[in-house]
Design a protein around this ligand. Structure first.
Ligand SMILES: [Zn+2]
Ligand SMILES: [Zn+2]
Length: 414
Protein backbone atom coordinates (compact mmCIF):
# COMPACT_ATOMS: atom_id res chain seq x y z
CA UNK A 1 0.00 0.00 0.00
CA UNK A 2 1.45 3.40 -0.95
CA UNK A 3 1.82 6.30 1.50
CA UNK A 4 -0.76 8.30 -0.46
CA UNK A 5 -3.32 5.47 -0.09
CA UNK A 6 -2.60 5.11 3.63
CA UNK A 7 -2.93 8.85 4.08
CA UNK A 8 -6.21 9.09 2.13
CA UNK A 9 -7.75 6.16 4.06
CA UNK A 10 -6.50 7.71 7.28
CA UNK A 11 -8.21 11.03 6.59
CA UNK A 12 -11.50 9.38 5.61
CA UNK A 13 -11.48 7.66 9.01
CA UNK A 14 -10.20 10.81 10.71
CA UNK A 15 -13.34 12.68 9.63
CA UNK A 16 -15.46 9.76 10.89
CA UNK A 17 -13.60 9.81 14.20
CA UNK A 18 -14.80 13.36 14.91
CA UNK A 19 -18.34 12.18 14.12
CA UNK A 20 -18.03 9.65 16.94
CA UNK A 21 -16.33 6.90 14.92
CA UNK A 22 -13.42 4.66 15.98
CA UNK A 23 -9.76 5.70 15.91
CA UNK A 24 -8.36 5.58 12.34
CA UNK A 25 -6.74 2.17 11.88
CA UNK A 26 -3.42 3.51 10.54
CA UNK A 27 -2.81 5.77 13.58
CA UNK A 28 0.46 5.21 15.41
CA UNK A 29 -0.08 4.56 19.13
CA UNK A 30 1.15 8.08 19.95
CA UNK A 31 -1.21 9.62 17.43
CA UNK A 32 -4.12 7.49 18.65
CA UNK A 33 -3.42 8.75 22.17
CA UNK A 34 -3.48 12.35 20.96
CA UNK A 35 -6.83 11.78 19.19
CA UNK A 36 -8.37 10.39 22.37
CA UNK A 37 -7.08 13.33 24.43
CA UNK A 38 -8.49 15.75 21.87
CA UNK A 39 -11.88 14.03 21.86
CA UNK A 40 -11.94 14.16 25.68
CA UNK A 41 -11.25 17.90 25.63
CA UNK A 42 -14.05 18.52 23.13
CA UNK A 43 -16.46 16.36 25.16
CA UNK A 44 -15.57 18.22 28.35
CA UNK A 45 -16.48 21.50 26.69
CA UNK A 46 -19.54 19.98 25.06
CA UNK A 47 -18.25 21.00 21.62
CA UNK A 48 -18.67 19.01 18.44
CA UNK A 49 -15.93 19.57 15.87
CA UNK A 50 -16.74 18.54 12.31
CA UNK A 51 -13.60 18.11 10.20
CA UNK A 52 -13.79 18.64 6.44
CA UNK A 53 -11.00 17.77 4.07
CA UNK A 54 -11.82 18.27 0.39
CA UNK A 55 -9.20 17.39 -2.11
CA UNK A 56 -8.51 19.72 -4.99
CA UNK A 57 -8.78 17.93 -8.31
CA UNK A 58 -5.42 18.79 -9.81
CA UNK A 59 -3.59 18.69 -6.54
CA UNK A 60 0.10 18.64 -5.91
CA UNK A 61 0.68 15.23 -4.39
CA UNK A 62 4.25 14.50 -3.41
CA UNK A 63 6.43 13.00 -0.70
CA UNK A 64 9.83 13.64 0.89
CA UNK A 65 11.64 10.60 2.28
CA UNK A 66 13.79 10.47 5.36
CA UNK A 67 15.73 7.25 5.82
CA UNK A 68 17.11 6.09 9.11
CA UNK A 69 17.49 2.33 9.01
CA UNK A 70 15.48 0.31 9.65
CA UNK A 71 12.90 3.12 9.28
CA UNK A 72 11.70 5.25 6.40
CA UNK A 73 9.54 8.28 7.04
CA UNK A 74 7.42 9.41 4.10
CA UNK A 75 6.48 13.04 4.54
CA UNK A 76 3.62 13.39 2.06
CA UNK A 77 2.02 16.69 1.16
CA UNK A 78 -0.87 17.71 -1.04
CA UNK A 79 -3.21 20.58 -1.59
CA UNK A 80 -6.68 20.43 -0.06
CA UNK A 81 -9.36 22.44 1.67
CA UNK A 82 -9.15 21.70 5.36
CA UNK A 83 -11.62 23.26 7.74
CA UNK A 84 -13.40 22.64 10.99
CA UNK A 85 -16.92 23.59 12.01
CA UNK A 86 -17.72 23.87 15.70
CA UNK A 87 -21.15 23.15 17.18
CA UNK A 88 -22.56 23.32 20.68
CA UNK A 89 -25.79 21.37 21.31
CA UNK A 90 -26.39 21.29 17.56
CA UNK A 91 -26.01 25.06 17.18
CA UNK A 92 -23.32 26.32 14.83
CA UNK A 93 -20.66 28.37 16.62
CA UNK A 94 -17.73 28.98 14.30
CA UNK A 95 -15.79 27.79 11.29
CA UNK A 96 -12.04 27.77 10.92
CA UNK A 97 -10.61 29.74 7.96
CA UNK A 98 -11.80 28.56 4.59
CA UNK A 99 -8.62 28.63 2.57
CA UNK A 100 -6.61 26.28 0.42
CA UNK A 101 -4.05 24.43 2.46
CA UNK A 102 -1.15 22.12 2.00
CA UNK A 103 -1.71 19.04 4.10
CA UNK A 104 1.46 17.39 5.45
CA UNK A 105 1.12 13.85 6.66
CA UNK A 106 3.94 11.58 7.88
CA UNK A 107 3.82 7.83 7.32
CA UNK A 108 6.45 5.66 9.03
CA UNK A 109 7.69 2.32 7.61
CA UNK A 110 9.92 -0.29 9.16
CA UNK A 111 11.96 -2.48 6.87
CA UNK A 112 11.23 -6.21 7.16
CA UNK A 113 8.42 -5.57 9.64
CA UNK A 114 6.17 -8.55 10.36
CA UNK A 115 2.96 -7.72 12.17
CA UNK A 116 3.52 -8.78 15.73
CA UNK A 117 0.96 -10.85 17.65
CA UNK A 118 0.05 -9.36 21.00
CA UNK A 119 -2.09 -10.58 23.87
CA UNK A 120 -4.65 -8.55 25.77
CA UNK A 121 -3.45 -8.04 29.38
CA UNK A 122 -7.05 -8.43 30.58
CA UNK A 123 -8.57 -11.38 28.70
CA UNK A 124 -5.58 -12.89 26.95
CA UNK A 125 -7.04 -12.53 23.43
CA UNK A 126 -4.14 -12.75 20.97
CA UNK A 127 -4.16 -11.21 17.49
CA UNK A 128 -2.25 -8.86 15.14
CA UNK A 129 -1.19 -5.54 16.69
CA UNK A 130 -3.22 -3.46 14.23
CA UNK A 131 -6.54 -4.92 15.46
CA UNK A 132 -5.94 -3.38 18.92
CA UNK A 133 -5.96 0.27 17.84
CA UNK A 134 -9.45 0.74 19.32
CA UNK A 135 -8.81 -1.51 22.31
CA UNK A 136 -9.08 -5.27 22.64
CA UNK A 137 -11.65 -6.52 20.09
CA UNK A 138 -12.86 -9.13 22.64
CA UNK A 139 -13.13 -7.29 25.96
CA UNK A 140 -12.61 -3.64 24.96
CA UNK A 141 -9.64 -3.06 27.31
CA UNK A 142 -7.60 -0.10 26.08
CA UNK A 143 -3.82 -0.18 26.11
CA UNK A 144 -1.26 1.20 23.72
CA UNK A 145 1.90 -0.68 24.59
CA UNK A 146 2.49 -1.92 21.05
CA UNK A 147 3.59 -0.61 17.67
CA UNK A 148 2.89 -1.53 14.08
CA UNK A 149 4.04 -0.33 10.66
CA UNK A 150 3.35 1.40 8.39
CA UNK A 151 1.52 3.96 10.51
CA UNK A 152 0.55 7.64 10.39
CA UNK A 153 2.63 9.45 13.00
CA UNK A 154 1.55 13.07 12.58
CA UNK A 155 0.05 15.67 10.31
CA UNK A 156 -0.41 19.42 10.03
CA UNK A 157 -1.65 21.93 7.47
CA UNK A 158 -0.17 25.13 6.09
CA UNK A 159 -2.34 27.82 4.49
CA UNK A 160 -2.15 28.61 0.79
CA UNK A 161 -3.63 31.77 -0.57
CA UNK A 162 -4.88 31.16 -4.06
CA UNK A 163 -7.00 28.43 -5.52
CA UNK A 164 -5.62 27.60 -8.93
CA UNK A 165 -8.64 25.53 -9.95
CA UNK A 166 -10.95 28.48 -9.35
CA UNK A 167 -8.87 30.70 -11.65
CA UNK A 168 -9.05 28.11 -14.42
CA UNK A 169 -12.80 27.73 -14.01
CA UNK A 170 -13.26 31.51 -14.23
CA UNK A 171 -11.09 31.61 -17.35
CA UNK A 172 -13.45 29.13 -19.03
CA UNK A 173 -16.38 31.36 -18.09
CA UNK A 174 -14.64 34.33 -19.74
CA UNK A 175 -14.27 32.42 -23.03
CA UNK A 176 -17.87 31.18 -22.75
CA UNK A 177 -19.13 34.73 -22.25
CA UNK A 178 -17.18 35.82 -25.36
CA UNK A 179 -18.85 33.10 -27.44
CA UNK A 180 -22.36 33.93 -26.20
CA UNK A 181 -21.80 37.64 -26.86
CA UNK A 182 -20.60 36.83 -30.42
CA UNK A 183 -23.70 34.69 -31.11
CA UNK A 184 -26.09 37.38 -29.85
CA UNK A 185 -24.43 40.06 -32.00
CA UNK A 186 -24.37 37.73 -35.05
CA UNK A 187 -28.11 36.97 -34.72
CA UNK A 188 -28.93 40.66 -34.17
CA UNK A 189 -26.90 41.85 -37.18
CA UNK A 190 -28.28 39.02 -39.34
CA UNK A 191 -31.93 39.90 -38.54
CA UNK A 192 -31.32 43.66 -38.97
CA UNK A 193 -29.60 43.27 -42.39
CA UNK A 194 -32.11 40.69 -43.58
CA UNK A 195 -35.07 42.94 -42.67
CA UNK A 196 -33.55 46.20 -44.01
CA UNK A 197 -31.99 44.84 -47.23
CA UNK A 198 -34.54 42.05 -47.77
CA UNK A 199 -31.72 39.74 -48.75
CA UNK A 200 -31.13 36.55 -46.70
CA UNK A 201 -27.58 36.21 -48.12
CA UNK A 202 -26.53 39.74 -47.11
CA UNK A 203 -28.04 39.18 -43.64
CA UNK A 204 -26.07 35.98 -43.14
CA UNK A 205 -22.85 37.53 -44.53
CA UNK A 206 -22.90 40.58 -42.24
CA UNK A 207 -24.16 38.49 -39.31
CA UNK A 208 -21.21 36.05 -39.51
CA UNK A 209 -18.65 38.87 -39.93
CA UNK A 210 -20.07 40.83 -36.99
CA UNK A 211 -20.20 37.67 -34.85
CA UNK A 212 -16.57 36.81 -35.57
CA UNK A 213 -15.34 40.32 -34.82
CA UNK A 214 -17.36 40.55 -31.60
CA UNK A 215 -16.23 37.13 -30.48
CA UNK A 216 -12.62 37.97 -31.13
CA UNK A 217 -12.55 41.49 -29.66
CA UNK A 218 -15.06 40.67 -26.93
CA UNK A 219 -13.04 37.75 -25.62
CA UNK A 220 -9.86 39.80 -25.68
CA UNK A 221 -11.44 42.63 -23.71
CA UNK A 222 -13.16 40.29 -21.26
CA UNK A 223 -9.87 38.44 -20.84
CA UNK A 224 -7.97 41.67 -20.18
CA UNK A 225 -10.62 42.87 -17.74
CA UNK A 226 -10.66 39.55 -15.92
CA UNK A 227 -6.86 39.39 -15.75
CA UNK A 228 -6.79 42.90 -14.35
CA UNK A 229 -9.35 42.06 -11.63
CA UNK A 230 -7.49 38.83 -10.85
CA UNK A 231 -4.16 40.65 -10.65
CA UNK A 232 -5.58 43.29 -8.31
CA UNK A 233 -7.32 40.80 -6.02
CA UNK A 234 -4.40 38.33 -6.01
CA UNK A 235 -2.04 41.14 -5.31
CA UNK A 236 -4.08 42.44 -2.39
CA UNK A 237 -4.54 38.89 -1.12
CA UNK A 238 -0.84 38.27 -1.47
CA UNK A 239 -0.15 41.54 0.29
CA UNK A 240 -2.53 40.67 3.14
CA UNK A 241 -0.99 37.23 3.33
CA UNK A 242 2.52 38.66 3.35
CA UNK A 243 1.61 41.02 6.18
CA UNK A 244 -0.12 38.20 8.02
CA UNK A 245 2.74 35.74 7.65
CA UNK A 246 5.76 38.05 7.74
CA UNK A 247 6.70 36.71 11.18
CA UNK A 248 6.61 33.15 9.81
CA UNK A 249 8.62 34.03 6.70
CA UNK A 250 11.23 35.64 8.93
CA UNK A 251 11.21 32.63 11.24
CA UNK A 252 11.83 30.22 8.38
CA UNK A 253 15.11 32.01 7.65
CA UNK A 254 16.46 30.44 10.85
CA UNK A 255 16.17 26.96 9.29
CA UNK A 256 19.70 26.86 7.82
CA UNK A 257 21.23 28.14 11.03
CA UNK A 258 19.39 25.52 13.05
CA UNK A 259 20.40 22.66 10.75
CA UNK A 260 24.05 23.76 10.87
CA UNK A 261 24.14 24.10 14.63
CA UNK A 262 22.14 20.99 15.58
CA UNK A 263 23.95 18.78 13.07
CA UNK A 264 27.21 19.39 14.88
CA UNK A 265 25.59 17.44 17.76
CA UNK A 266 23.10 15.20 15.88
CA UNK A 267 24.61 14.53 12.42
CA UNK A 268 21.43 13.08 10.84
CA UNK A 269 19.11 15.73 12.26
CA UNK A 270 16.00 16.28 10.07
CA UNK A 271 14.42 19.71 10.30
CA UNK A 272 11.12 18.49 8.83
CA UNK A 273 10.87 15.59 11.26
CA UNK A 274 11.67 17.87 14.17
CA UNK A 275 9.02 20.33 12.97
CA UNK A 276 6.38 17.60 13.23
CA UNK A 277 7.75 16.57 16.63
CA UNK A 278 7.31 20.08 18.06
CA UNK A 279 3.67 20.14 16.97
CA UNK A 280 2.99 16.68 18.42
CA UNK A 281 4.53 17.61 21.77
CA UNK A 282 2.74 20.96 21.99
CA UNK A 283 -0.63 19.36 21.16
CA UNK A 284 -0.06 16.59 23.68
CA UNK A 285 0.72 19.18 26.39
CA UNK A 286 -2.26 21.37 25.47
CA UNK A 287 -4.78 18.51 25.54
CA UNK A 288 -3.32 16.77 28.57
CA UNK A 289 -5.51 16.39 31.67
CA UNK A 290 -2.70 16.20 34.20
CA UNK A 291 0.40 18.19 33.30
CA UNK A 292 2.09 17.69 36.68
CA UNK A 293 2.60 14.06 35.94
CA UNK A 294 3.68 14.06 32.32
CA UNK A 295 6.92 12.55 31.01
CA UNK A 296 7.00 14.77 27.92
CA UNK A 297 6.68 18.03 29.89
CA UNK A 298 8.96 18.91 32.78
CA UNK A 299 8.16 22.62 33.08
CA UNK A 300 6.99 24.24 36.28
CA UNK A 301 4.80 26.97 34.80
CA UNK A 302 1.07 27.04 35.34
CA UNK A 303 -0.46 26.12 31.99
CA UNK A 304 -4.07 26.17 33.21
CA UNK A 305 -4.97 28.68 30.50
CA UNK A 306 -4.45 25.92 27.94
CA UNK A 307 -7.45 24.04 29.33
CA UNK A 308 -9.80 26.21 27.24
CA UNK A 309 -8.05 25.40 23.97
CA UNK A 310 -10.20 23.14 21.80
CA UNK A 311 -8.04 23.06 18.67
CA UNK A 312 -4.57 24.07 17.62
CA UNK A 313 -3.19 24.63 14.11
CA UNK A 314 0.41 25.15 13.13
CA UNK A 315 0.88 28.38 11.15
CA UNK A 316 3.78 26.98 9.18
CA UNK A 317 6.90 28.20 10.89
CA UNK A 318 8.93 28.19 14.05
CA UNK A 319 11.85 30.41 14.93
CA UNK A 320 15.05 28.81 16.09
CA UNK A 321 16.51 30.78 18.96
CA UNK A 322 19.62 28.79 19.70
CA UNK A 323 20.91 25.76 21.52
CA UNK A 324 23.25 24.94 24.38
CA UNK A 325 24.75 21.76 25.75
CA UNK A 326 24.64 21.18 29.49
CA UNK A 327 26.60 18.05 30.41
CA UNK A 328 25.47 15.58 27.77
CA UNK A 329 22.02 17.13 27.30
CA UNK A 330 21.19 19.33 24.31
CA UNK A 331 18.81 22.26 24.95
CA UNK A 332 16.99 23.78 21.96
CA UNK A 333 15.06 27.05 22.27
CA UNK A 334 12.46 28.14 19.73
CA UNK A 335 9.25 30.08 19.14
CA UNK A 336 6.41 28.04 17.69
CA UNK A 337 3.77 29.99 15.72
CA UNK A 338 0.30 28.47 16.06
CA UNK A 339 -3.37 29.42 16.05
CA UNK A 340 -5.53 28.26 18.94
CA UNK A 341 -9.30 27.95 18.92
CA UNK A 342 -10.36 28.81 22.45
CA UNK A 343 -13.76 28.09 23.97
CA UNK A 344 -14.57 30.43 26.81
CA UNK A 345 -17.84 31.94 28.16
CA UNK A 346 -19.92 30.26 25.47
CA UNK A 347 -17.88 31.70 22.60
CA UNK A 348 -15.13 30.46 20.33
CA UNK A 349 -12.22 32.79 19.70
CA UNK A 350 -9.32 32.35 17.33
CA UNK A 351 -5.98 33.49 18.71
CA UNK A 352 -2.53 33.56 17.19
CA UNK A 353 -0.06 32.41 19.78
CA UNK A 354 3.71 32.41 19.71
CA UNK A 355 4.75 29.73 22.15
CA UNK A 356 8.27 29.93 23.44
CA UNK A 357 9.47 26.38 23.92
CA UNK A 358 12.62 24.78 25.25
CA UNK A 359 13.26 21.13 24.45
CA UNK A 360 15.96 18.78 25.67
CA UNK A 361 17.42 15.45 24.57
CA UNK A 362 20.39 13.44 25.74
CA UNK A 363 23.20 13.31 23.18
CA UNK A 364 25.15 10.23 22.14
CA UNK A 365 22.02 8.14 22.04
CA UNK A 366 20.78 6.73 18.80
CA UNK A 367 17.85 8.60 17.37
CA UNK A 368 15.10 5.96 17.01
CA UNK A 369 12.43 7.04 14.51
CA UNK A 370 10.14 4.21 15.58
CA UNK A 371 10.22 5.26 19.23
CA UNK A 372 6.83 5.38 20.94
CA UNK A 373 6.39 6.74 24.45
CA UNK A 374 3.51 4.29 24.87
CA UNK A 375 5.67 1.25 24.10
CA UNK A 376 9.03 1.77 25.79
CA UNK A 377 11.38 -1.19 26.23
CA UNK A 378 12.99 -1.49 29.66
CA UNK A 379 16.75 -1.81 29.22
CA UNK A 380 17.04 -3.90 32.39
CA UNK A 381 14.22 -6.47 32.21
CA UNK A 382 13.07 -6.09 28.59
CA UNK A 383 9.42 -5.47 29.48
CA UNK A 384 7.33 -3.06 27.35
CA UNK A 385 5.49 -0.30 29.20
CA UNK A 386 3.70 3.02 28.68
CA UNK A 387 5.99 5.84 29.88
CA UNK A 388 3.56 8.76 29.42
CA UNK A 389 2.96 9.07 33.16
CA UNK A 390 5.63 6.93 34.82
CA UNK A 391 9.36 7.38 35.41
CA UNK A 392 10.31 3.83 36.20
CA UNK A 393 9.67 0.40 34.76
CA UNK A 394 6.50 -0.99 36.40
CA UNK A 395 7.94 -4.52 36.21
CA UNK A 396 11.44 -4.20 37.69
CA UNK A 397 11.40 -0.65 39.07
CA UNK A 398 14.42 0.48 37.06
CA UNK A 399 14.31 4.27 36.58
CA UNK A 400 13.45 5.46 33.08
CA UNK A 401 14.40 8.83 31.59
CA UNK A 402 12.59 9.88 28.43
CA UNK A 403 15.43 12.22 27.34
CA UNK A 404 17.51 9.09 26.64
CA UNK A 405 15.14 8.29 23.77
CA UNK A 406 13.24 11.38 22.73
CA UNK A 407 12.69 15.12 23.09
CA UNK A 408 11.21 16.44 26.32
CA UNK A 409 9.73 19.92 26.71
CA UNK A 410 11.03 21.80 29.77
CA UNK A 411 9.41 25.16 29.08
CA UNK A 412 6.25 26.39 27.33
CA UNK A 413 5.14 30.02 27.60
CA UNK A 414 3.73 32.76 25.44
ZN1 LIG B 1 -9.23 -8.38 26.01
ZN1 LIG C 1 12.10 -3.30 33.73
Amino acid sequence: MSSATIRDEFFEQYKEFYNGGPIPQHSSSDFAYFLECHRNRLEQKGIQAVKKIDRIEDDIDKAVHYDKQPYTLDMTFKECNYETEYYKDGTFLARSDKDTETLYCNVLYKQGYQEETISCPNCGHAAGAKTFVNGCPMCGTRFKTFKFFPCVTSFYTLPKFIERKKTERNMKKVVGAGVILALLVAIGVFIYNWKTSGSLGAGLFFGVIAGLITGWLGTIFLYLGFSFILAVTSFSKMFAQAADTSDIQAARFTKKKMENEIRSYIPDFSYEYFEGKIQDLLRAIIFSEDRNNLSIYKGRDNLGYLNDVIDVDYRGGFKYEGCTVVGDVLHVRLINYVVCEVYCDGKIGRHQRNFKMEMIKRLNRSNDLGFSIHAVNCKTCGATFDAMHVEKCPHCGHPYELIDDDWVVIYVGS
